[in-house]
Design a protein around this ligand. Structure first.
Ligand code: PMV
Length: 339
């Protein structure tokens, strides 16, 4: 009987953003990044060997996707790459769903490509546990680097807690390392959804555009210092120190692409107005909550879990029209096998 290999991989939210590639072909980032792995916002992917098929069969969020389609292409390309690495030609039957809207700036590519990497390799290698995968030459580190090749931020979703992607001195020396386990600091992420539409500009195009911004070189020069400050704040569990760095970092990333050629605008009026009012009511209500934003219009509110109830009440009173997704720091991906 051919088993089904089921992987779940959570999304992650970057505190220090991976933005710009130093070597696109080898997926070498322009800078180090740091992220928090989430829990409930995840991709759930099942892969099964399908020798009866001529090509992989991919069902994404209940819909078949094909080669040549925008979403399909990334998946097929990644499967072709993994097949080569693992030396297999048998097609796979893959079913995947996200627990959140795809392409809404909640990095579905991070969780999606991470879960695909784990389940596809598990199916080809007939390895139902992490130990089996390791025995067969694919430990967590190798999986993280393979996931990174599908989508940069996906590499960080192979681990839980707070994760670093270190650029290193060359593409071969880059590293993905968990820095703190999820229980180090019970943080939450409340996502304020402004749009569930697909992004109008892919992150690949925006990574390219970054180099044309006059703000990019000064950003790269200042990042090592910001990283040290962020890590010190995380080590001390000091949100009042981390928070302003998170906001600066997100606004800087968006400043880079907004001042690029061609300019990329991921957030509009609504997002901007929300950020201004957040800064006001943070003071009024005396609640330590800070924002970050990835490549999309939605705002991630980072806070300690003990303030979650208070924050949700405030949001309910001040902006009941916005849809929210509530998540928290988590332990990372899972792998199981079954009939
Ligand atoms: O993984 P990509 O190529 O979709 O890039 C995503 C980059 C950001 O999400 C905006 C930042 C990050 O570090 O995750």
């Amino acid at each position: 009987m051919t088993l089904r290999y089921h992987a779940t991989a959570p999304s992650n939210i970057a505190f220090l953003k991976y933005w710009g590639k130093a070597d696109e072909a080898r997926q070498w980032p322009a800078n180090d990044s740091l992220s928090m792995t989430l829990t409930d916002l995840q991709s759930q992917t099942t892969a099964q060997l399908a020798p009866d098929l001529g090509d992989h069969e991919i069902i994404l969020n209940e819909r078949p996707v094909q080669r040549g389609q925008r979403q399909g292409d990334k998946i097929f390309k990644h499967l072709d790459h993994l097949a080569k690495v693992v030396g297999r030609t048998t097609p796979l039957r893959v079913t995947s769903r996200n627990t959140f809207p795809t392409g809404s700036g909640i990095a579905s590519s991070a969780s999606g490509l991470a879960a695909l990497t784990i389940s596809a390799l598990a199916a080809w290698l007939e390895a139902g546990t992490w130990e089996d995968l390791t025995t067969k030459g694919f430990d967590r580190d190798r999986l993280a680097h393979l996931a990174r090749q599908g989508s940069g931020s996906a590499g960080r979703s192979l681990y839980g807690g707070i994760v670093a992607w270190n650029k290193g001195e060359s593409p071969e020396k880059q590293q993905i390392t968990p820095l703190w386990a999820a229980d180090h600091w019970p943080l939450a992420d409340v996502i304020v959804l402004f749009s569930e539409d697909e992004k109008s500009v892919s992150s690949t195009a925006a990574h390219r555009a970054a180099w044309t911004s006059p703000l990019f070189a000064p950003r790269l020069a200042a990042l090592p210092h910001r990283r040290r400050d962020m890590e010190a704040a995380i080590a001390e569990r000091d949100l009042e120190r981390l928070g302003p760095l998170l906001e600066q970092e997100a606004l800087e990333m968006h400043g880079v692409i907004m001042s690029a050629t061609p300019a990329v605008h991921y957030f509009g009026k609504e997002t901007g107005a929300f950020l201004a009012s957040l800064r006001q009511w943070r003071q009024d209500e005396q609640i330590p909550v800070y924002f970050t934003i990835d490549a999309g219009p939605n705002v991630h509110l980072i806070l300690e879990q003990k303030y979650l109830e208070k924050l949700l009440k405030i949001l309910q009173q001040r902006c009941p029209q916005h849809q929210l997704l509530v998540d928290r720091i988590g332990p990372g991906p899972t792998l199981t096998a079954g009939p």
